[in-house]
Design a protein around this ligand. Sequence first.
Ligand SMILES: C[S@@+](CC[C@H](N)C(=O)[O-])C[C@H]1O[C@@H](n2cnc3c(N)ncnc32)[C@H](O)[C@@H]1O
Length: 719
Amino acid sequence: MGQGRRMVKQGPPEPLDETLVTRKRKDAPGQVNPERKKRSRIAAREAKEARAKATPKTRVAGKPVVKNSPAPNGTKPKKPSKKAAPLPPPDDDDVMESADGLDDSDVDGLDNINVTGLDALGSADEDDDDINEDEFDSDVEPRRAMWSDDDDDDEIEEKLTAANIAGLSRKLDMQKAVEDAEAQAELDENMQTNIAGERPKILEDDEDEEGGKPKTTLVSQDLGLLRSRLTDTVRVLESFKELGEVGRSRSEYRASLLKDICAYYGYSEFLADKLLGLFPVREAHAFFEANETARPVVIRTNTLRSHRRELAQALINRGVQLEPVGKWSKVGLQIFDAQVPLGATPEYLAGHYILQAASSFLPVMALAPQEHERVLDMAAAPGGKTTHIAALMKNTGVVFANDANKDRAKGLIGNIHRLGVRNTIVCQYSALEFPRVMGGFDRVLLDAPCSGTGVIAKDASVKTNKTEADFMKLPHLQKQLILAAIDSVDHHSKTGGYIVYSTCSVTVEENEQVVQYALNKRPNVRLVETGLTFGKEGFTKIQGKVFHPSMKMTRRYYPHTYNVDGFFVAKFKKIAITPANAVGVNEATKTTGSSTKSATTEHEFVDRTPIGQDEEEDFGGFDEEEDQMYIQRAQAKSMRRKGKDPKAIVPKGANGVAKEALKEKSENSDASPKVQADRKEKKGDSVEVTKNSNGISVKETTVESKKARRKSSEKKAKA
Ligand SMILES: C[S@@+](CC[C@H](N)C(=O)[O-])C[C@H]1O[C@@H](n2cnc3c(N)ncnc32)[C@H](O)[C@@H]1O
C-alpha cells in the first residue's frame, strides 16, 4: 500500500479535484477497454495542445504561474465566473428560513458546475459496507470502490464509463479552467510581494478622523488592486512579526482586511467581521473565496424507487455526465454536465431521485432512523430530509413531517408523493408546540430555520441582508425549538432516543451556542458522536466563549474544506425525562394555552390531548353529529343489503344524542336555513342561524345539542 493510501485512510479526507476523478478512471487497473483508452488519450492530447497554445506556463515555487504580464493596476482581475447552464427546479432547501421567513433552495441549478469532486469526502459510509477502505487512493482508485452500493459488475461499470467518455474531455477543459484560476490567484498573490522577506507597504498613511482606522481609498472598480492588497494583508497577518510594518498594529491590518473583504466580495461589514472571526486569516480568505463559486450539483437516489446504478445508467443514456458523490454516501450522484433539465427527466418525474445538496444528506445520516420507528422531522419542508428518512426506514414505521409554513408544506407533500413515501404524515404546527401536539418519538430531527451563512454561494443576498437583530432573533428561536425537540423524544425508546440538530449556517450563535444552551437547560441529554466520518470538530473555545468539551463531537462543514455547503450537525441522546420545572416547559405550553397537567404529573412534557379538539378551523373541523348520520346511513344501507330491517338500529350519536335527533337533522339537511330555523323554533330549541365564510351553511346550536356537547367534553376531560 502506498503512502498516499495510508494518508487518505488516516487523515481527514482531502478535497479531491476533478482532474483526479478523471485520472482515477483512466488509471483503474484492468478496467479500461482499449477503445475508451484511445479516445481518452486523443481527447487528453487535444486538450493539452489547446492548453499549451492558450496559456504558456512556467512554474514558480512549485505552482503554475501564467507567464503573461500581470493585469495592470486598476484593471479588473478575473473574478471567479459563473457558467450558465439549464436550471433544474429545486427539491430540497436548506438555505431556507431567515428570521423573515425567506428561503432558498439547496440546489439551484447546473450553473457553476464545480470542478472539484466530492469524492474528496471519501471515507467510510455509515451504511456503505462493501467499501474496501484500503483501496482508496486519491490517485489510483479501483472502479469498484466508486460504485459502492453495487458489487462486482465490472462490465456494466465499464459501459457506464464508456458512456461517460464525452465527459472526460470536458473534464480536461474544466481542469484547464482550474489551473488558469489557480495561476491567476498565484499571480495576484505574488504580484506585489514576491521578494522574500520584504515588508509590504499595505496600510495608507492617512487615517480617517473617526476610528483612526486605515482608509480604503480604493474604489470598488479597482478590483485588481483590492485583491492583491487583500492577499498581501492575509500574508502579513499570518507572519506579523516578520512582515508587519514597524509601528503598525495587528488590528490595523485586520481593519484593512475587513474593509477590503467588504469591498471585494460585497459583504456588510457586520457579517464579514463575524465570519472573519471564525477562522485563521488564510482560512477565512479561502472561505470568502469559496462562497464565490457554486457547489457541485448533486442528486440523491430515492431507494424506494430505484438503485443508484440503474439511475446512473438511465441518466447517462440521456447525456448526463455524473459520478458517485463519494465513498461516504451510497445514494448520491454528482452531476458534471447535463443536456437535459434534471428537474424534468422521466426518472425525476417517476421519483427516482431528488435534487439535494450533498451536505443535506448529513443530518439524516447522523439521525440514522431505523425501520419501524416513530420519527419527527420538526421543520421539514420541502422534504429533502423527510424523504431521505422515509427511504432509510424503507417506508415502515411513521414519520411526522411538520412545517410551520403552509405554502412550503405543499412542496413537502408534492415531494412525498413523487418519491413514493407512504409512511409519512404531514402536519403544520409551529414546532414550538411540540411535544404538546404529540411526543414520545424515537428520533427527532430539527433542521432549524437559520441565517444561511453556509450557503452564500447560492444566496448572495445573505451577504448584506443579515443584521445584528437576525443573529439575536434566530438563535432565540433555535434555542426554543431545540428544547421542544428534546422534550418530544422518548428517552425509553428501545432503538432510539436521539435528537439531531442541524443548520446550514456557520455562525457560533446558531450552532455551538444553541447546543450549549440545550445542554444547560436539559441535563437529561448529552452529546454523542454523529457517526459522520468527516467534518471539522465543533468549537470548544472561540472568541472568548468556552463550550462543553463534548462539543468536539459536533461537526462543521465548510465550502472551502469539503466543497459542500456550510453546515452544522449535532447529535444528542436523551437519557432521562425532562424535569417538570425545566426551562422552556412552561413557555412551550403557553403558546397553546392548554393544560400542563401531563407535564406536571408525569414529569415528562408529553401531552396526550386529542389532536384537533380545539383547532377545528385548520382542518375544516369535525362535526360528530354529522359523522354519526353518515355512519348510520351506511349501516342502514348495509342492513338493507342483507335483507334486514334498517329501523332495527337504535343509534346513539357521538354526543349521546338519540337517533330521532339525528333523523331530524337528516331531514333538515335538505331544507333551507330559514326553514330549518323555523322548524327548530317550533320545537322550542334556541337556534342560531349563521352563515359560514362562503355564505351557504347554517350553524345551529340547540339547547339539547349544547348540553350533549358539554357532557361529551367533560367525559373526555375525565378520561
Ligand atoms: C432549513 S428549512 C428545512 C429544510 C428541510 N428540513 C429539508 O431538508 O427540506 C427550515 C424550515 O423551518 C420552517 N420553520 C420556520 N419556523 C418554524 C417553526 N417555528 N416551526 C416549524 N417550522 C418552522 C420553515 O418554514 C422552513 O421550511
